[in-house]
Design a binder for this molecule. Sequence first.
Ligand code: NAD
Ligand code: IPM
Ligand code: MN
Length: 359
Amino acid sequence: MSKQILVLPGDGIGPEIVAEAIKVLAAVKDKYQLAIDWQEGLVGGAAIDAEGLPLPESTLAQAKAADAILLGAVGGPKWDQLEMAKRPEKGLLGLRAELQLFGNLRPAILYPQLANASTLKPEVVAGLDILIVRELTGGIYFGQPRGIKTLENGERQGFNTYVYSESEIRRIAKVAFEAAQKRQGRLCSVDKANVLEATVLWREVMEEVAKDYPDVELSHMYVDNAAMQLVRAPKQFDVIVTGNMFGDILSDAAAMLTGSIGMLPSASLNAESKGMYEPIHGSAPDIAGKGVANPLATILSIAMMLRYSLGYPEPADAIEVAVKQVLADGLRTADIYTEEADTRQVSTKTMGDAVVAAL
Ligand code: NAD
Ligand code: IPM
Ligand code: MN
């Protein structure tokens, strides 16, 4: 039986970039005779507009039944005034929580052709290849209690809880150590153990798990320093492991090292390696509908999906090679365009078509 993929385009540039990724998926299906099929579903603002809530039961059921999920992006100004529980972002967070997709892999790789697209000096980023392993179903994103309440003096107070249990830390640690084993064997755990108890425990558990991976060199860094080091000397890192919120922030910073946030794919995996795949960027309301968004992060997410959830490493490699080829051919969406000889600015669609042609 063929493997089933649930495609959730979402909002803003979501449908534009997902359309290009699906073209690429169709092309590799054809070329490699893959036993895969896909169907579309609703999530985020699109689901709110159609059904009144960001994660309809039917979408959740489709997601649970699927072998893998491809998501575009959710959110936008249209839904920003809704109460927290009804916002588009809850659709995404709900999928992550319901499917227990705790292991978020965010590789930041600089393609050599984009050295000038980065806002950092080419020599600082040349050869960059780091992996951020972000815990995705715990921490302050999901901790209880949370909310906004009115105090006795009439003042309002907003509160969230930064909480991690030992088992949550242990399982993400294993993902990170195993990833480091397959790479350069260096793992940097990022925390705020000088201030937050939850991350004191984080650091302790990382040290405990390290005993099972003597071939991996574990180091620790405070998150403020890590943000600074990422822009000062990013190549010092091999694998970074960190909690939900720090990982969200650091991965956007890491994205810019590669030229654009439009270049970073991600995989969100559960214990059974079932996964959701998405670009790390959002719905980019400022450019939605203009046909200029960079589809490469989403296309590269397809490659991760084929590799991690569907067991097709060969077409995954082929997609990555094709992306390198179109960059070498000088094609650039606006976000990665620099005025250089032999480069030209192209639309979302032209970029997608070029990747298909390169395949
Ligand atoms: P964003 O990532 O959507 O955009 C930040 C900037 O990066 C914008 O200038 C945008 O134009 C640019 N950008 C993003 N993706 C791009 C691409 N593929 N090509 C070219 N440029 C790109 O972040 P934001 O503006 O803070 O958030 C907008 C909305 O997206 C919010 O509603 C937010 O909650 C949501 N969001 C969703 C996800 C997700 O679905 N995974 C992730 C982040 C933000
Ligand atoms: C991301 C996004 C999400 C997050 C939002 C939209 C909930 O920023 O995937 O990085 O904060 O995890
Ligand atoms: Mn983010």
